[in-house]
Design a protein around this ligand. Structure first.
Ligand SMILES: NC(=O)c1ccc[n+]([C@@H]2O[C@H](COP(=O)([O-])OP(=O)(O)OC[C@H]3O[C@@H](n4cnc5c(N)ncnc54)[C@H](OP(=O)(O)O)[C@@H]3O)[C@@H](O)[C@H]2O)c1
Length: 267
């Protein structure tokens, strides 16, 4: 099996890296905050102290980082150390433009595919993510399948584009559910009745996401994703949702907590 380097051990990266170890891959990990690698080290991962050290012997390099700035910083640090013929899989949600910029920096002979995901920490742990893949996944298909189901989107960057399209619709939808619940409060309707009515309506899916348990997609990351969308097209609704999200008091809470936070916000 290929030697794999995994960089970015946040809420999503940790369970994903654990799946690679559990499948028997030789795994080297790196994270900016080193302590997040402790449990993986206990389970047999090698821990590198720099991105370059992490990727030196790797056939496949996976990045799962917060935003475009993080991916640029990590790729800048590791690119000179990449092994000729290595494959980089960027699974971060950074949008098509940033992915193309990152791919353009790689040395000749390194292939890059974008494979951002839908699904949160629960699905990451279960290997049930939806992977939006841009470029040809064939050489790294076995690695990608450890994480979930592959949707081939087209050429490079198309996975990053579809991810931002899909997540923007989800975020706007969850925010719409939050406003519906706030409206129901002003009418004095019981929450159970409102949740059931929304759940059985065409917005049932986003209602389920708004009240989901065991998920952790912080509002700060949702705001980042909507900003990637509004930076690419004129989207008045998404722009308004972005303003709402950035005004909320606790951006570390899961996106679903927009319901509770908007409910108790006067504006
Ligand atoms: N959470 C979800 O439900 C979910 C679902 C689908 C997709 N995603 C996407 O997946 C990606 C990762 O999400 P997450 O929930 O794992 O985020 P997270 O918990 O915030 O972790 C972010 C990771 O990026 C690293 N990082 C941030 N800035 C950096 C920098 N300047 N240099 C180096 N490393 C940096 C963090 O390192 P430190 O540990 O040192 O901070 C951490 O490893 C994001 O693009 C997110 O939008 C998330």
């Amino acid at each position: 099996m290929e030697k794999i380097a995994f960089l970015g051990l946040g809420s999503m990266g940790r369970p994903m890296a654990h799946r690679l170890l559990a499948a028997g891959h030789e795994l080297t990990v790196w994270n900016r905050t080193a302590a997040k690698a402790d449990l993986l080290a206990q389970d047999g991962a090698k821990v590198a102290s720099t991105p370059a050290e992490a990727v030196r012997d790797a056939d496949v390099v996976v990045t799962m980082l917060a935003d475009p700035e993080a991916v640029h910083a990590v790729v800048d640090a590791m690119a000179p150390a990449l092994k000729p013929g290595a494959h980089l899989i960027d699974m971060s949600s950074i949008g098509p433009q940033a992915f193309a910029e990152v791919a353009a920096k790689l040395p000749a002979g390194i292939t890059a595919i974008d494979a951002p995901v839908l699904g949160s920490v629960d699905r990451a742990a279960a290997g049930e993510l939806v992977l939006f893949v841009g470029g040809d996944p064939t050489p790294v298909q076995a690695v990608l399948e450890r994480f979930g189901r592959i949707t081939r989107c087209g050429g490079p960057s198309t996975g990053s584009a579809l991810k931002i399209v899909a997540i923007t619709a989800v975020i706007v939808g969850v925010t719409a559910v939050a406003e519906a619940v706030k409206l129901a409060d002003t009418y004095g309707l019981p929450e159970d009745l409102v949740r059931a009515a929304l759940g059985n309506s065409p917005v049932g899916g986003v209602t389920a996401r708004a009240f989901a348990e065991g998920v952790h997609y912080p509002i700060r990351l949702a705001a980042k994703d909507v900003a990637l969308a509004t930076g690419s097209a004129e989207l008045p609704l998404a722009r308004t949702v972005h303003e709402q999200l950035t005004r909320l008091a606790d951006s570390e809470q899961d996106l679903g907590k927009v319901v509770a936070q908007l409910r108790h916000t006067a504006v």
